[in-house]
Ligand binder design. Structure first.
Ligand code: ZN
Length: 223
């Protein structure tokens, strides 16, 4: 089996047969509860050709999308938006389908940039704060404080005192990638290092964490 590909095995009470799908570059195998793992693995083995063909296709589509990203676009929650200045719209930012309309304070480039940044920060802070509270509850941990920064490459951190810190630029990433970063930092509340038990706990709340981590490594520069 392809070793740099992540295989995720899942059981589903309503699944009638074993099925394979490609999600975020990972291979997800869903099977009914009572199908023995050996049978499932044999099925995956037989489907290798199909899997590699579809993985290739999924990668190609994604790369094409990335190379098409041009000037005057921004990434928001993993999607690309065209930036258009439109003074007939309300002051600030309005989003409609794939367009981000900007009505800046004045017509300078800086003013447009500032309006976008302000909106971006507000979106990042409110979504990440909400998700951090939800995930902390699900993971049964609590944190003291949440802070935001705008940094080049650091996505998040967790202090010994339980203060979480997140990069505002994360708002450009898909939601599941943002959740991965939050889960990672919330796991540090109980596990300060990156040992085996740390990653086991991360995997409990984000089975696709390897894919999400990889996404940040390859697309982080675009954010
Ligand atoms: Zn860490």
């Amino acid at each position: 089996m392809n070793s740099d590909v992540q295989y995720v095995y899942r059981t589903h009470p309503r699944a009638r047969s074993v099925s394979i799908s490609i999600r975020d570059g990972a291979v997800v195998i869903t099977s009914p509860r009572f199908v023995p793992r050996m049978f499932v693995q044999a099925f995956v083995k037989r489907s290798e050709a199909w899997i590699s063909q579809h993985l290739e296709k999924a990668r190609g589509a994604f790369e094409k999308k990335q190379s098409m990203r041009k000037k005057n676009t921004v990434l928001f929650l993993g999607n690309e938006y065209q930036v258009t200045v439109d003074e007939t719209r309300p002051r600030g930012i309005t989003v409609e389908e794939t367009t981000l309309y900007v009505h800046p304070v004045n017509r300078t480039e800086t003013s447009v940039q500032r309006a976008i940044e302000r909106w971006y920060s507000a979106q990042a802070e409110s979504l990440i704060t909400r998700l951090a509270h939800e995930l902390a509850k699900r993971m049964d941990v609590s944190f003291e404080n949440i802070r935001f920064r705008t940094q080049k490459t650091r996505w998040g951190s967790c202090s010994i005192r339980g203060t979480l810190s997140f990069n505002r630029k994360l708002i450009g990433a898909p939601r599941e990638v943002i959740e991965y970063v939050i889960i990672h930092e919330l796991t540090h509340i109980t596990h300060m290092n990156h040992g085996k038990t740390f990653w086991e706990r991360v995997a409990m709340f984000d089975p696709l964490h390897k894919t999400h981590k990889k996404w940040l490594r390859t697309h982080g520069v675009l954010l």
